[in-house]
Write a protein that binds this ligand. Sequence first.
Ligand code: GLN
Length: 496
Amino acid sequence: MPNIDAMTARQIATEVAAGGLSATEVARSALDAIQAREPKVQAFVQVTQELALDAAARIDDARAAGEALPPLAGVPLVVKDNMNLKGTRTTCASRMLETYESPYTATCVQRMLAAGCIPVGKANMDEFAFGSSTDSSAFHPTNNPWNLDCVPGGSSGGSAAAVAAGMAALSLGSDTGGSIRQPAAFCGVVGMKPTYGAVSRYGVVAFGSSLDQVGPFGRSVEDVALAMDALVAGGRDPFDSTSQDVAPRFAEALDAGVAGKRVGIIPALMEAEGLTPEVRRGVERAASALEDAGATLIEVDLPHLDAAIAAYYVIGPAEAFSNLARFDGIRYGYQEPGCSTLAAQSSLSRAHGFGTEAKRRQMLGAYLLSSGVYDRYYYAAQKARTLITEDYARAFEQVDVILMPAAPRTAFKHGEISDPTQMYLSDMYTISINIAGNGGITVPVGLGEETGLPVGAQLVAPAFKDERLISFGAAVERACEPLGVPRAVSAEGGLL
Ligand code: GLN
């Protein structure tokens, strides 16, 4: 009998299409794995057993009726809890939205369901996606499946941990400053943030509207390619004005190879303070793998990269302040009982509905947009954004992709980083890519020699050339030992 947790999405879909496994068997086995492993990992805020079994039954009926199955039929999927899925609550891991019922299904989720995925649950996250550890969830922390004392990264920590722990083959996350790529690195899975505008955000709760992008997690580059094909199938979404037409050619790119291609390395990033030797060595291994596959390494410079974190922590909070104004206990969100005025209703609902980091970001945003301050910070941040975007465009005149770390270190322990500015540095390698709007992918390159925890390398491509992330990512992956499901959780459940 196959072991579901060791199967990729492609293997599951192939077996289901061939009749070797029914979708219902797969769904039950994923739910079993969740039951057995979830007490340790706590990746979910909600397990959607009924939705999963219903979707699986529909696939099995379609097969019995002789219908052709969609490409990801029977693949268990986890959805970050800032994405609407009808029949579930969408909480953003916040008291503010604890009881909010999804009125409709987000386009990204709908497209995965149309591709045949079985929704097994909603994933834990940092509250409203502010964070890099998932510890700011209002409900509970999530544990890294490789070491349960460590964080899974964030903010899409539940989505990354669920896939790493073999509780689902695919998951969706959102990435505003690194929230897919950093947890993918911490949990040893593949995570991709496509170019801004490649995937619809309709139905995804907004954080920083000029930065937010949705993308998939999987245990292989191929699975992420298949998920990307599903996410862009159907073309641009008229409900998200930033969404663009992207050809579903990701799976095709898997075998494109890298011979004769140029890979950019940024020496300053490989020498950066805070980068641990084991992560540096992991990225160097990825560089050698690409060279062995026929690519040439070329040094490039992004002279304004130093400004990226500062610019992000102006633009991100400013946009978040504006986006989160709707959660006032009147239009949306937690409603403080017993208030006699509208002003009290709004301020007390916000005071008690939001956690500390969500408040910090909004207060920062309110200040940064206030008159007199705006020019000094917001305007300056926008200028820095233009310079960083131009830096990337110039670098991509010389190279096809850029290779760098996904995070400066491997997963840290719960509570180890309490200073918010230290936490913000977790994203030093991912943030500039959101600022410029390009796509990036994290590919695991092994376990660190010192910590024994997963190390991820990040590839960045020019805007709307995201298929290169798949071809270069696949070349890196081919040279690395697969990590498998970590021992801390693999002993329990998951067997068909
Ligand atoms: N960690 C970053 C932040 O706290 C990025 C979060 C994200 O991408 N959603 O803002």
